[in-house]
Design a protein around this ligand. Structure first.
Ligand SMILES: N[C@@H](CCC(=O)N[C@@H](CS)C(=O)NCC(=O)O)C(=O)O
Length: 212
């Protein structure tokens, strides 16, 4: 039995969809970010950074970091085939994408959504947001090209956890001047995510939608 603490549209989206797809016994616990519940004393005991997601497994063991949770779940549930096996030809590429997505576009999105966590002052924050938009546009151009030539998914023809992670990150840029879903191959990837019953269910359960 797992417990996944999530806020709607947060870094929990990918793990949430994957847990539905895996059919694992799980409780999805809403952390209401509108009420700042991620900073409540009770939640901070689980995740001292006051962020979502957090996963509870095996009777009370706790872990956080969305990419690590996704990787952990794929290892525990290999039958779901959401990661290439350790000796599979796609393994290196899959690990590359998981690391790249969490430390590059995810981080740039954080700079856009929460520039106040990085620099002080409205002027510096506006500059940081503009730079994050510029950097994300370059990343989307790059990823769109990768999918065009080697896709339709990040590792070719098989859908893995990294594709769920990318679909989540694309949604995060929906309010930017050049959102991820306006790139043709990224849009196709989002449509492929939404065609998977688990991703569609996650969007419904979190009460959110996603432009394509
Ligand atoms: N690197 C972390 C980042 C988690 C994160 O920043 N989550 C955001 C929601 S997307 C959050 O909880 N923000 C609340 C806050 O920082 O107060 C991960 O991927 O799990």
């Amino acid at each position: 039995m797992y417990k996944l603490f999530y806020s709607p549209g947060s870094a929990a989206m990918a793990a949430h969809a994957m847990m539905i797809e895996m059919g694992v016994e799980a409780e999805f616990v809403l952390v209401d970010d509108a009420k700042n519940e991620q900073k409540s004393a009770a939640y901070m005991k689980l995740n001292p950074h006051g962020r979502v997601p957090t996963l509870i497994y095996d009777d009370g063991k706790v872990m956080y970091e969305s990419a690590a949770i996704c990787a952990f779940l794929t290892e525990r549930h290999p039958e779901a085939k959401l990661a290439p096996a350790i000796d599979h030809a796609d393994r290196g590429l899959y690990l590359q994408w998981m690391a790249y997505l969490t430390n590059t576009p995810q981080e740039a999105s954080m700079q856009w959504w929460h520039s106040e966590n990085y620099v002080d002052g409205a002027d510096a924050q506006a500059k940081m947001k503009a730079k994050a938009e510029e950097r994300l546009a370059k990343m989307w151009t790059f990823l769109d090209g990768e999918l065009a030539t080697k896709g339709p998914y990040l590792c070719g023809s098989t859908w893995y956890a990294c594709d769920y992670f990318l679909a989540m990150l694309i949604r995060w840029t929906r309010r930017m001047p050049k959102p991820g879903h306006t790139y043709p191959n990224l849009s196709k990837l989002v449509r492929a995510a939404m065609a998977r019953p688990a991703y569609a269910q996650m969007l419904t359960d979190e009460g959110i939608d996603q432009p394509v």
